[in-house]
Design a protein around this ligand. Structure first.
Ligand code: SF4
Length: 339
């Protein structure tokens, strides 16, 4: 049972099916989301014999952290194991004012970007709404979470229903009550679902993982581009930006000798201006078995200078967790290899 992914109504229905009053379901929902309960016996107000019986019959939290890495800058990367043995990572990124959690939406990833460890072995399955929510609640116990980014392993828009359900439960006033604007969903370019997002969750921020502004490079680096090439993707983005009054972010991993030419800076700047988008430049953090190299500081400065001259709006993202395996999929990859 996906207990962490149940809405208040689903909890009430479940307890009612056991001839218990609906408020018991409410108590359990509150305890999971507000008090960090991971067992029924930790739910305040639940009669002891009932809580013990539920713990004997059901496992409220069939998820455990099996590995953790903590960076000098406070970034914490956790590897979680789910009930079927599947593994996925989530990352806690604390700053002075924020506590952002980067969550995974799938076990592995079907997209297979050539710079990413998560996509190396394809996808095993979608994560349930509860498995996504748990990644947030787990870190919320250490410090209240303020922002959530769907940028861990997986393509969130390929697991659309569970991702949207997780957002709506985490935004629930009786749960964490996070405002919709505190969520960012990052997609590698699932055009049809981008249009759908504009209708279903117009308050949520959309980040497009562009990584290359021309079809030849992008089809090689982000293979999903073969299905939705840049012009098709941009048509979806046109529709999206007509309906949604939110600033779009373009994610752009800087890959030495691949996507950092003068021509690519010009194309990238044009695409960004089309949507008044902000560009996040992310210097590549090398992973195992990848054809890509990290750019030198002078390569990064040159590309940034070109964008600046073109009038593009951008930042070079500071590298968080540089001393741990903080890039997507690296801790899992290492754990599987080393056993
Ligand atoms: S970068 Fe994102 S979309 Fe690409 S393979 Fe990795 S997890 Fe999947």
């Amino acid at each position: 049972m996906d207990f962490y992914g149940w809405t208040q109504d689903e909890w009430r229905e479940w307890v009612s099916s056991m001839q218990l009053p609906g408020f018991r379901g409410q108590q359990i929902f509150d305890a999971i989301h507000r008090q960090g309960a991971t067992r029924f016996t930790e739910v305040k107000g639940l009669p002891k014999d009932l809580a013990e019986k539920l713990d004997a019959d059901y496992q409220l939290c069939p998820i455990e952290e099996i590995k953790r890495q903590t960076s000098n800058d406070g970034t914490v990367k956790s590897l979680l194991r789910f009930h079927d043995g599947s593994l996925a990572e989530c990352v806690s990124i604390p700053t002075a004012k924020r506590h952002t959690i980067c969550v995974s939406s799938q076990v592995g990833c079907p997209v297979g970007c050539t710079f990413c460890a998560s996509g190396k072995d394809g996808v095993t399955r979608d994560l349930t709404a509860g498995e996504i929510i748990y990644q947030v609640l787990f870190h919320h116990q250490q410090r209240p979470v303020t922002n959530i980014v769907y940028m861990g392993s997986g393509e969130p828009l390929f697991n659309y229903d569970n991702v949207l359900k997780s957002i709506s439960i985490l935004a629930d006033e009786r749960g964490l009550g996070l405002g919709r604007r505190r969520f960012t969903v990052s997609t590698s370019g699932v055009a049809e679902k981008i249009k759908q997002m504009a209708k279903d969750e117009p308050q949520v921020t959309l980040a497009l993982s562009l990584h290359a502004p021309d079809d030849e490079t992008r089809s090689r680096v982000v293979p999903l581009n073969k299905k939705w090439p840049i012009e098709k993707l941009m048509q979806a983005m046109d529709e999206y930006s007509q309906q949604v009054n939110r600033r779009i972010t373009l994610e752009y991993v800087l890959l030495k000798d691949d996507n950092m030419s003068e021509m690519q800076a010009a194309l990238l700047s044009n695409l960004a201006k089309r949507y008044k988008a902000h560009i996040n430049l992310i210097p590549f953090n090398p992973v195992f078995d990848t054809p890509h190299k990290r750019p030198e500081q002078e390569d990064i400065d040159r590309f940034a200078e070109q964008l600046h001259e073109l009038g593009a709006n951008f930042t070079v993202r500071g590298q968080r967790g540089a001393d741990i395996d903080a890039a997507c999929g690296q801790l899992k990859d290492k754990t599987i290899k080393n056993g």
